[in-house]
Design a protein around this ligand. Structure first.
Ligand code: ATP
Ligand code: MG
Ligand code: FE
Length: 347
């Protein structure tokens, strides 16, 4: 089965062609970062309009690269939520219209299920069951993953997502959006042990997270060390970036180890933008090795939003027989545990 995947939940237009026999054939991404840069955050209406402009050229390019004729496409998978309503509507209407024109099926995919399955696009895919750490711009969740569509959220952030915390801390240090890569780069020249930031909620039992206190702590530290430039000196900024990153990754790693011990699983899969963080990858691999578990993650470009993960997730659901009516229906808020489990999935 050959599936065209379309991702438009936020500020990235992602398109891919995935073939269940031959794997990923092509993928392309257009990031709107420059469109939103002057506003200091994603402007939903601008996002929708930009998806309208970029989708068709990206689809043409991706079909050509994958040497796929429109008649070779068996189905179109698109992100139906969660995300920005306007951006989702553009992708859904586009996908449904193409499917109608090409006479093929279309299926709405859950964006977080897309992230969760993205590591399966790699050469050594993880096997069910596993614990998933979803760490992105809008989510920080620990998920008990028993099979395709069989999910239980066993822990989550009570306030900010980890990626959101990275983005806000970056703003305090006057770094560009997205903040995660910017903080990680600056942290490289940071001094260990100059600052020790709190590790939120690690002394409490359970698997939930909280990052808003860490954000306030960062803001106060920046304010205390301000120079006449309005910012701390360069070395202090790097030391703050180091301490902040360390606090986030240590907190995530502690809870992941706890989730592995609680479930008895031997596999942890991390996905979402923050899973591109090298320090997090190192620390998780190190900590989980001690309890006999291994860590899986996607290549960097499939940690953040992309069309490949949507094509892949959609393909698995279509192969297992899922289909949907012709109406255009998106869900800006969508609980992943409400997805139908699939008994006859081939994964
Ligand atoms: P969601 O998937 O929850 O709807 P989103 O789609 O905006 O949110 P992603 O695209 O998965 O999120 O990830 C983007 C986030 O990942 C941003 O917050 C960004 O700062 C963060 N991020 C990206 N790379 C890194 C990195 N190397 N270290 C830490 N954070 C990172
Ligand atoms: Mg994004
Ligand atoms: Fe995402």
């Amino acid at each position: 089965m050959r599936v065209l995947g379309i991702e438009t939940s936020c500020d990235e237009t992602g398109v891919a062609v995935y073939d269940s026999e031959r794997g990923l054939l092509a993928h392309n991404l257009y990031s709107q970062v420059a469109v939103h840069a002057e506003y200091g955050g994603v402007v939903p209406e601008l996002a929708s309009r930009d998806h309208v402009v970029k989708l068709l050229p990206l689809v043409k390019e991706t079909l050509a690269e994958s040497q796929t004729d429109t008649s070779d496409i068996d189905a179109i998978a698109y992100t139906a939520g969660p995300g920005l309503i306007g951006a989702l509507m553009v992708g859904a209407c586009f996908a449904r219209s193409l499917a109608f024109a090409w006479g093929c099926e279309a299926l709405g995919v859950h964006h977080m299920e897309g992230h969760l399955l993205a590591p399966m696009l790699e050469d050594k895919p993880p096997e069910f069951p596993f614990v998933a750490l979803l760490v992105s711009g809008g989510h920080t969740q620990l998920v008990d993953v028993r099979g395709l569509g069989d999910y239980d959220i066993i822990g989550e952030s009570l306030d900010d997502a980890a990626g959101e915390a990275f983005d806000k801390a970056a703003k305090m240090l006057d770094l560009d959006y997205p903040g995660g890569p910017a903080i990680a780069a600056l942290a490289k020249s940071g001094t260990a042990n100059r600052f020790k930031f709190p590790r939120p909620m690690v002394d409490r039992p359970g698997l939930d997270f909280s990052f808003s206190g860490l954000k306030t702590y960062t803001l106060n530290t920046v304010a205390e060390h301000k120079t006449e430039t309005g910012l701390p000196d360069d070395q202090t900024c790097a030391d703050i970036a180091f301490a902040f990153q360390e606090a986030v990754v240590q907190t995530l790693a502690i809870k992941c180890k706890r989730a592995i011990e609680q479930t008895g699983y031997k596999t942890l899969v991390m996905a979402g933008g923050v899973s591109a963080n090298i320090r997090l990858r190192e620390l998780l691999s190190e900590n989980l090795k001690k309890v006999g578990a291994s860590v899986f993650y996607a290549r960097n470009e499939f940690c953040t939003d992309n069309g490949a993960m949507i094509a892949f997730a959609g393909c698995q659901r279509l192969l297992a027989g899922q289909s949907e009516p012709l109406e255009v229906h998106v869900r800006p808020r969508w609980d992943m545990t409400q997805l139908p489990p699939l008994d006859n999935a081939s994964l």
